[in-house]
Write a protein that binds this ligand. Structure first.
Ligand code: DON
Length: 319
């Protein structure tokens, strides 16, 4: 009886401590004015820059939150981590290592120089070219089948049916010359595994899926719990797929600032130009922030500050 009393109390205290920490992070950074919404995708410049939500989901499905949990943004590059895990689940780790690569690029997310320099050694599924190649590897004989596989899997990660923000999709699709060029370059190098233009189109759609901080934290928590969604209790991908996804996120999830991020937090993470940032604490938590203003590398400013704060306060750096 004493044992139970002690353990229940300690869990309750911990939950309270986690919730307080999330609230403190929100208060600490809510007035930060630095950063700027992405505007190379015109629709993103129109998103309210004051949106700021922090959600933590633990591997038991408990949710801790502060600020704006429900405002939606486009998932953008955060989708790359989940599409990678889908391909790992379907095809195994060798396919990604040999057909895409898993090295750091050290360059911005849309860098063509990175493709040239790493032409032989491969790049990374977290940068645009590697992500388009990864999307091209998703199962399905047609674009429609591949898209269904992606939207179904990402929806399972989130625990609800995700939908495309059509305005964002149309805006990016109309202004997508750089990604189209990268896909054509992949084709020239034999590094894309489906029609190049259709692969970019599917990738652009996956980036336009609309999510809030709760969705993102649930998705991250599913990775934290080895591929089992802790809210729906549905197995989404295998522990193996997760164990190859997280190192790729750690290597290039925040692009050229991935080393600095790993140095500070020790956690695999992924940013998106819509203002989303997720971090995964394996076996413990998924953490998500939505806050659109970005730094020069395209990473949410408040997202980085808030997650750093939470990691430090709750001592979540595994190193
Ligand atoms: O392809 C693009 O440029 C966008 N759809 C995604 C880029 C992105 O999110 C970079 N992230 N921080």
């Amino acid at each position: 009886i004493l044992f139970w009393a002690i353990s229940i109390t300690s869990i309750a205290q911990t939950k309270q401590e986690i919730q307080q920490t999330v609230e403190q992070a929100y208060l600490e950074f809510k007035d930060v004015q630095e950063g700027k919404n992405a505007d190379y995708i015109k629709e993103l410049a129109r998103v309210d820059p004051s949106i700021f939500g922090i959600v933590v989901v633990d591997v038991e499905g408990n949710t801790y939150s502060a600020g704006d949990n429900f405002s939606k943004v486009s998932i953008q590059s955060v989708s790359k981590a989940f599409v990678l895990s889908l391909v790992l689940e379907e095809s195994g780790p060798i396919v990604i290592k040999e057909k895409v690569g898993a090295n750091a690029t050290g360059f911005p997310f849309n860098s063509i120089i990175a493709m040239e320099i790493n032409r032989e050694s491969g790049i990374n599924s977290m940068v645009n070219a590697g992500a388009i190649a990864t999307t091209s590897l998703v199962s399905g004989n047609t674009a429609e089948e591949k898209w269904e596989a992606i939207v179904n899997k990402l929806s399972d990660f989130a625990g609800r049916r995700l939908e495309v923000d059509e305005a964002v999709y149309i805006s990016e699709a109309g202004d997508n010359q750089r990604n189209v060029a990268q896909a054509q370059l992949l084709k020239a190098y034999d590094k894309i595994y489906f029609d190049a233009d259709q692969s970019v189109d599917i990738y652009t759609r996956q980036c336009a899926l609309s999510v809030n901080a709760r969705d993102l934290a649930t998705m991250a928590a599913t990775l934290a719990s080895g591929g089992n969604n802790p809210i729906t209790n549905k197995r989404v991908v295998s522990p193996d797929a997760v164990s190859y996804t997280l190192p790729v996120m750690a290597t290039a999830g925040l692009y050229e600032n991935s080393g600095k991020w790993l140095y500070q937090t020790g956690l695999p993470a992924k940013s998106g130009v819509g203002g989303a940032l997720i971090a995964v604490v394996p076996g413990k938590f998924g953490i998500a922030v939505v806050a659109p203003p970005l730094d020069e590398a395209g990473n949410s400013v408040k997202g980085q500050l808030a997650i750093n704060y939470i990691v430090e306060k709750l001592k979540l750096n595994p190193y």
